[in-house]
Design a protein around this ligand. Structure first.
Ligand code: DQA
Length: 155
């Protein structure tokens, strides 16, 4: 099972940026913890971070035919990017949206996600642990898909 973890703008600043909101953990530390969990589940992870919308879209497109699922924190693009939404819809892979903070109790402009409607699920407000929850969730979804495919083959 291959899962691509895509991190949007300023997520590379975790640990330095607004620590009261996002916590002290660095992005690399989150990824290390995810790797440990993935190895216990026989899953392969790839990590990608960009501050550029087009690069995030290229990465999502690249997942078609090469990955089983996507975990994405589109960061500020969550609230603005029709293009990222369209890319997720286009590849049509199981996708989990993650937000470290609880965007629903922050500024009004953060309370609208253009991304959620094209995702399998969204995890919001659990801090860095949200990435672990997203990993568990996407593996579960991918497992179900595999089982369905196997059952259909037998028919
Ligand atoms: C965020 C929430 C966004 O509103 C913000 O722009 C981010 C991070 C989060 O993980 O809580 O950069 O996606």
């Amino acid at each position: 099972m291959k899962i691509v973890v895509i991190q949007g703008p300023n997520i590379n600043m975790l640990g330095l940026r607004e620590v009261g909101i996002y916590g002290a953990m660095k992005m690399e530390e989150i990824h290390e913890q995810m790797k440990i969990a993935a190895s216990q589940s026989n899953a392969e992870l790839e990590f990608f971070q960009s501050n550029f919308e087009g690069e995030l879209i290229d990465k999502i497109q690249e997942c078609l035919g090469t990955a089983d699922g996507i975990i994405i924190n589109p960061a500020a693009y969550t609230h603005t990017s029709v293009a990222i939404r369209d890319a997720i819809a286009a590849v049509s892979l199981p996708t989990i949206e993650v937000h470290i903070s609880n965007v629903y109790r922050r500024e009004e402009f953060r309370q609208k996600s253009l991304i959620s409607p094209v995702c399998s699920g969204t995890i919001v407000g659990f801090g860095p642990f949200g990435y672990h929850l997203a990993l568990m969730g996407i593996l579960q979804i991918c497992d179900q898909i595999e089982k369905l495919k196997a059952a259909q083959k037998q028919k």
